[in-house]
Design a protein around this ligand. Structure first.
Ligand SMILES: Nc1ncnc2c1ncn2[C@@H]1O[C@H](COP(=O)(O)OP(=O)(O)O)[C@@H](O)[C@H]1O
Ligand SMILES: [Mg+2]
Length: 230
């Protein structure tokens, strides 16, 4: 794959919630391309449609109108099986870290790897521990989430998202629950790992303090991408 190939290519996308007469248009004529390895930040007021767009790109809901391609796969009209296949190639990081409380840090990361790739448990364990080292949690691999700080939990979530080396990471308000130092650490790590793995990252955020890590910033308002600052 060449460096500038589009990971995501969206053309004239419209999205609605609800049925028939009462349906509500949420996204209007979205056009957006994400390149391999690029870090893009999406800002915009609450309710403007950012999460909706992120879940469409992440194949977590069906695209209703227009075109959304993940690599060469069209997601508009894709079957459930096709969407599931696409999901395996994407890493997700959410505001609430969504770790499983009854699994250790290492087990949380390893479970993602075993779901995504058909690799032996022994290998998965080594790779999971290496990924936790990379997010500076090498000394916390056997801790449960309840014994980790907010920033540490979010770093486990990053390790979990990146361990299978996805070509795309989607992050919805990843620093919202963190103090500014932990938030900074978390995005610095995301930036560093994205460069190392040539992984594109799309981050939705209200956090102005992290805008500088972006290669490109886009702005959503009332369901429309209104301007591109570069
Ligand atoms: N499952 C849903 N059903 C109906 N409306 C929804 C649903 N999810 C979100 N919405 C509406 O879609 C709009 C965009 O929401 P969202 O994408 O979550 O915005 P943001 O992430 O920018 O805050 C809002 O008006 C919200 O009320
Ligand atoms: Mg949102």
């Amino acid at each position: 794959m060449t460096k500038n190939q589009f990971i995501v290519n969206i053309k004239n996308l419209n999205q609605y919630f609800g049925h028939t007469k009462l349906r509500n248009q949420i996204l209007f004529d979205i056009n957006l391309a994400v390149k391999s390895g690029e870090i893009m930040i999406m800002t915009g007021p609450s309710g403007s449609g950012k999460t909706t767009l992120l879940t469409l790109i992440g194949a977590l809901r069906s695209v209703q109108e227009g075109s959304l391609k993940f690599l060469d796969q069209e997601l508009c009209g894709a079957s459930h099986e096709q969407l599931v296949k696409v999901r395996r190639q994407i890493g997700y990081i959410f505001q609430a870290h969504n770790l499983l409380d009854f699994l250790t840090a290492r087990q949380n990361v390893q479970m993602s790897l075993e779901l995504h790739k058909n690799i032996p448990k022994y290998e998965a364990r080594i790779q999971s521990e290496a990924m936790l080292q990379a997010v500076k949690l090498g000394n916390r691999v056997n801790y449960y989430p309840s014994d980790l700080s907010g920033g540490q939990k979010q770093r486990v979530a990053i390790a979990r998202a990146l361990v299978s080396h996805p070509k795309l990471i989607l992050a919805d308000e990843p620093t919202a629950a963190l103090d500014s130092k932990s938030g900074r650490d978390v995005v610095n790590l995301m930036q560093q790992l994205s460069k190392e793995q040539n992984c594109a990252i799309l981050i939705v955020t209200h956090d102005n303090r992290i805008l500088d890590i972006a290669d490109r910033i886009i702005h959503m308002e009332d369901g429309r991408l209104i301007k591109e600052v570069s």
